[in-house]
Write a protein that binds this ligand. Structure first.
Ligand SMILES: Nc1ncnc2c1ncn2[C@@H]1O[C@H](COP(=O)(O)OP(=O)(O)OP(=O)(O)O)[C@@H](O)[C@H]1O
Length: 486
């Protein structure tokens, strides 16, 4: 089976050495610095994290003077809307819903698996950024990335027939069910005989434990995960609250779009070191397990940050978190990381640790792949689209009193008569041999392109008019994608 295509889009405008490196797209990492809390202000904490503009942030405190650069930095005054618009979140939603569809003019979803995860120490503003201040979900200005994305999803899907559904999962103690003994601090492979489980926060009754499995075609996936359809913002926010009430330290909600695109939000646990939490007993085990997840994530990120040729095996299986994020981090998804920090001098060490972690994540490159569309479905859609265009072009020719078989620059001259408006009974496929003396069969995508070019010319300029040319890049990308699919 040929591999799915690479995504021709990047999450931000191309700039040398920034988000896009040839076909590889860097993991997009943005930083949010929350305001000092009342307690921090009262006790006189100093502000040690300063945005310098242009995605650069400066940390200045005793013995520490460091500068870090990210795709964007949002300082204490940044609104929730500014974070949504400036982080690339809107584009992420568009990639999940539309993907390559509009560029191909096909009514087929060629969307991507998109993930946004929030990283940072406890109290740094991860949940606030993703969901807004809990309990104030009715204040529109404070809505988080999730609610804004849901609105955007609903807006984009209106009238398209796309079905939206949401799932909500929690990763709980990595090892409790399989390793009752305290978890070793070093990363070791989990017991292969034990299937790791996650909790379904939307299941009826107590949250159900579901196995996290792996298959060749799907990668890591959660078996029997409940998906609830939604058609309004209120409905999906209700699902969010339902999951929240079941477990306040929520893990990943995963709204999915149609059969193809997915948009996954991950609210990570606090990233502080276990020794700093001062926890003991069961709490300590939980802290250890959280720590284990984040250590595993950090380990995978370090390895992924190496140039492609120098990468060794990436140990996604070391934690449930990395299993679930494997696709997003490992190359085929589109990922946005929102690193959150406190500006307080008291959090300096954790803030520096988050900034180093996030900087390392910026070096991770992915090659986003559009989700596969079954060949039959693709051929059928191409045929339908070609047929529709053929009819439309014939009708336009009649209206313009142009001959049916007029020479149209850029169009394949042999199409007339080959395809009756009644249907394409024998679709030509790339590589099919033409009959002797007959013009070569164009590929299906070549044919589609020719009809689209002709259509644009008939609509906007007539055969010799000055229609805007369809960007060559789009067609090259589209052709490449189709060639890989067919
Ligand atoms: N940008 C912000 N503006 C105003 N208040 C904020 C902002 N970010 C966070 N806060 C406030 O700071 C506190 C901690 O934020 P939040 O609960 O989002 O942290 P967290 O990183 O999710 O913590 P945890 O790891 O414990 O879940 C909350 O009271 C929240 O309302």
């Amino acid at each position: 089976m040929p591999p799915p295509t690479r995504c021709p889009f990047s999450l931000s405008p191309r700039s040398p050495g920034e988000e896009q490196d040839g076909r590889e797209t860097r993991l997009r990492v943005v930083l949010r610095v929350r305001p000092l809390t009342c307690t921090e202000t009262r006790r006189g904490d100093r502000h040690v994290v300063h945005s310098l503009g242009n995605g650069t942030v400066h940390v200045n405190a005793a013995r520490h003077d460091a500068t870090f650069t990210f795709s964007a930095v949002f300082d204490a005054g940044a609104s929730q809307e500014a974070v949504f618009e400036g982080s690339g979140m809107r584009q992420l939603v568009e990639l999940a819903v539309e993907g390559l569809g509009p560029c191909l003019r096909l009514s087929i979803s060629l969307s991507f698996s998109c993930t946004v995860f929030a990283y940072g120490q406890t109290g740094s503003g991860k949940t606030y950024t993703l969901m807004g201040p809990l309990g104030q979900s009715d204040a529109p200005g404070l809505l988080g990335l999730m609610q804004r994305s849901f609105s955007c999803l609903l807006e984009q899907s209106r009238g398209t027939g796309l079905a939206l559904s949401a799932s909500y999962l929690e990763i709980y103690n990595e090892q409790v069910s399989t390793h009752p003994a305290p978890v070793p601090a070093l990363l070791t492979s989990p017991d292969p005989s034990a299937t790791p489980k996650v909790r379904d926060l939307l299941s009826a009754g107590p949250p159900r434990a579901l196995p996290l499995r792996w298959s060749k075609t799907r990668g890591f996936y959660v078996e029997n995960q409940l998906s609830v359809d939604f058609e309004s913002l209120e409905a999906v926010v209700e699902l969010l609250l339902q999951g929240q009430q079941r477990h306040p330290a929520v893990f990943p909600p995963q709204p999915g779009i149609s059969k193809q695109g997915t948009l996954c939000f991950v609210d990570l646990a606090g990233s502080e070191r276990v020794k700093d939490t001062g926890s003991s007993g069961e709490l300590s085990m939980e802290a250890n397990n959280i720590n284990r997840s984040l250590l595993a994530l950090g380990h995978c990120i370090s390895l992924l940050a190496k140039p492609r040729g120098k990468r060794t095996h990436i140990p996604y299986r070391d934690s449930k978190l990395t299993r679930l994020l494997a696709r997003s981090l490992g190359g085929s998804g589109v990922t946005l990381m929102v690193a959150c920090v406190s500006p307080s001098s008291r959090c300096l060490s954790e803030t520096l640790s988050t900034l180093h972690y996030a900087s390392r994540a910026r070096r991770v490159t992915t090659r986003p792949m559009a989700n596969r569309v079954p060949r039959e479905k693709l051929l059928q859609t191409l045929e339908e689209e070609i047929q529709a265009l053929q009819l439309e072009n014939l009708s336009l020719r009649q209206q313009l009193s142009l001959p049916r078989n007029g020479e149209v620059p850029g169009a394949w001259p042999g199409w007339v008569g080959r395809y009756s408006p009644g249907g394409l009974h024998c679709p030509p496929i790339e590589g099919q041999l033409p009959a002797e003396g007959a013009p070569a069969w164009p590929s299906l995508y070549g044919l589609l392109r020719d009809f689209v070019v002709e259509n644009e010319q008939l609509r906007y300029g007539g055969p010799s008019g000055s229609a805007e040319p369809i960007p060559v890049l789009q067609w090259e990308e589209a052709s490449e994608w189709l060639a890989e699919q067919i």
